[in-house]
Design a protein around this ligand. Sequence first.
Ligand SMILES: NC(=O)c1ccc[n+]([C@@H]2O[C@H](COP(=O)([O-])OP(=O)(O)OC[C@H]3O[C@@H](n4cnc5c(N)ncnc54)[C@H](O)[C@@H]3O)[C@@H](O)[C@H]2O)c1
Length: 248
Amino acid sequence: MGAQFKDQVIIVTGAGDGIGRAAAEGFAAEGGVVVVVDVKGVETTVAGIEATGGRAIAAPLDVRDAPGWSRLVDDLVAKFGTIDVLVNNAGVAVPGDTAADVTEEIWDRIMDINAKGVWLGMRAVLPTMRKAGKGKICNVASTAAHIGLRDAAAYCASKGAVLALTRQAGVQYAPENIQINSVSPGTTMTGLQRDVTEAQRATFLTLTPINRFAQSIEVARTILFLCSEGSSFVTASDLSVDGGMVAL
Ligand SMILES: NC(=O)c1ccc[n+]([C@@H]2O[C@H](COP(=O)([O-])OP(=O)(O)OC[C@H]3O[C@@H](n4cnc5c(N)ncnc54)[C@H](O)[C@@H]3O)[C@@H](O)[C@H]2O)c1
């Protein structure tokens, strides 16, 4: 165990699985108190962290729930007095998401979770971070924010919004010592890939110069870096973790 995030209060959304769970485990292994936010899988992540001697708190929450965000932040501030890090990672993708065919209901669902949920999380923690005069926020975007992925119209739009909001908020709060960045993962072997067909997977591989897909831990390590002291002069920035995909 390291101590890079010793006693820091770190919220990770979508931490019930995939990249979020790997990030939560990484923060806990470095001494952080990890607040595990998700609509499912929360207890499993917390149990896994506690089994290795780490500290984690279960926080079942839908990132679209604005009053729920307020309650969570109020509880954490009452208990710990601070929130050091927020990782806005929760996200969804839905098959058949083309501009011609996506339904209004699915469009709204993707935008509400992937884009509005990121803003709601930032809005909830920023007053505490501003008061403290410090904070780190890492939003999880995607290669979909940079290139036109097939069958991902609302998804691309939502991740483009994450990128733009990261840039804007990063600039806005830079003078207050709050660093806000994003990561843009390429194809990563998580549950999000469950509906991807073999043909789509083969296409993704040809688009990935490194010639393999990422494991969650590889994205998680970059998230940890962007939330650490080591990235003290990095803000309003996006880091691609995509095996070279957007550079192709
Ligand atoms: N896997 C990839 O190839 C890939 C590529 C680029 C970007 N991403 C992004 O990485 C992030 C994590 O995805 P993942 O690949 O680990 O997928 P995942 O499905 O394994 O994990 C996503 C988690 O988000 C949670 N979630 C969904 N809706 C939620 C809501 N409304 N409130 C709270 N939690 C919610 C899910 O329950 C799930 O546990 C997402 O933002 C995704 O868009 C993934």
